[in-house]
Design a protein around this ligand. Structure first.
Ligand code: GLY
Length: 373
């Protein structure tokens, strides 16, 4: 029997919103979509790959609900998170006479969601916004929580805004066409959620994660729901990342540095960078005497079993150097008063923010890590 879609609420005073997830979520959400479309049209931004695979489903759902679908299609790829594409998208939406009260929908992966969300945040000082994520990574992480951004040469997501969606529709039907590499990349974000604060969930993933990735849709559905619920709780506690939300950056400081160096052409995808970054954070935790070596080994073994890189030297897209990574880390968004703030582990399921004052020590560690084969 096909399970019903689940509804998880992101609780934010006056701005709470549902995340509908699982099979059939799109159809189940259409009455909510209609309520966000006073002009009886849905303005949707997607990329060419997603449009080719799935736009007909959204068009059918809109037609069935009495909405006209107007779609703007951008090329796929991280390079679209640029000022040039933002300007072009805003111009197109203004040409369509978008109104503040009508929703713009992001229909695609994290790139489409981040770019569309930022356009929605600034157009006419803010329009309503629907996330319809079609990748695993976007369903479990980037579509939930209102982070929107574009990239700069100095690093990823350095220009952006917090702008919460009014509705998230994470229909598992969209995952059916997702390449295995993208499924693994999304799984890295599920794993991150467990590793930073939920040891029981890590145990569950350690037992079932490989099967979930191998095609067991019921197990993957459970992993997705639990991960979204965990993220919704964190966002509800700390929307603007003044505290616990920073832990969602586990693996991301090292990961963003790798991504910046690899370029955004696909040699290294975000989830792979996060996986290698988590492995590195645990290795550094062990190096500093903060975390048991057994926990690092368990994580590294699980990452490897899932086909994800567990270390800097295993990350595709190199060569990387410690010196170049340190240069990028110096501009990390989490830094305060010139001090690098890393999310490091005390154990599996227990991460915290660590202030690293000794960049020389970190650079030497990274150098050794990169030299390992
Ligand atoms: N992707 C991390 C966050 O939403 O805070």
């Amino acid at each position: 029997m096909t399970p019903d879609p689940q509804s998880i609420t992101v609780e934010l005073a006056g701005r709470s919103y549902p995340v509908l997830c699982g099979p059939g979520a799109l159809d189940a959400a259409m009455s909510k979509v209609v309520a966000l479309c006073p002009n009886k049209r849905l303005l949707c931004i997607s990329d060419q790959t997603v449009a080719d695979h799935h736009l007909h489903r959204l068009a059918d759902a809109c037609a069935g609900a009495g909405l006209t679908l107007r779609s703007l299609i951008i090329p796929p790829g991280e390079a679209q998170k640029s000022f040039a594409q933002l300007e072009s998208l805003c111009a197109d939406l203004l040409a369509l006479e978008v109104e503040r009260g009508e929703a713009i929908a992001a229909f695609g992966g994290g790139v489409v969601g981040d770019l569309t969300g930022f356009a929605s945040a600034i157009l006419k000082r803010g329009t309503a916004f629907i996330q319809i994520p079609t990748t695993l990574l976007a369903q479990v992480d980037s579509s939930v929580g209102g982070k929107t951004a574009i990239n700069m040469p100095a690093g990823k997501n350095l220009i952006g805004a917090f702008h919460q969606p009014a509705l998230v529709i994470a229909d598992s039907a969209f995952l059916q066409t997702l390449p295995a590499r993208q499924m693994r990349a999304g799984y890295a974000e599920i794993l991150k959620l467990a590793v930073l604060g939920d040891a029981d969930f890590f145990d569950w993933l350690d037992t079932h994660g490989v099967d979930a990735l191998g095609g067991d849709a019921a197990l993957m559905g459970q992993a997705i729901t639990r991960s979204i619920a965990g993220k919704a709780d964190i966002v509800a506690c700390d929307e603007r990342e003044h505290g616990v939300r920073a832990l969602l950056n586990l693996g991301h400081s090292f990961g963003h540095a790798l991504e910046s160096l690899a370029g955004y052409e696909g040699a290294l995808v975000h989830g792979e960078a996060v996986a290698a970054g988590m492995g590195t954070a645990f290795a550094y935790g062990v190096h500093l005497g903060l975390c048991p070596k057994d926990d690092y080994e368990r994580l590294a073994n699980h990452l490897t079993a899932c086909g994800l890189p567990a270390s800097l030297s295993a990350a595709p897209g190199g060569p990387y150097t410690a010196e170049a990574m340190i240069q990028i880390l110096k501009n990390d968004k989490k830094n305060q008063s010139g001090v690098l703030r890393l999310v490091l582990p005390r154990a599996l399921g227990d991460a915290f923010v660590y202030e690293e004052h000794d960049l020389g020590r970190l650079e030497a560690f990274l150098d050794v890590q990169l030299g390992q084969s």
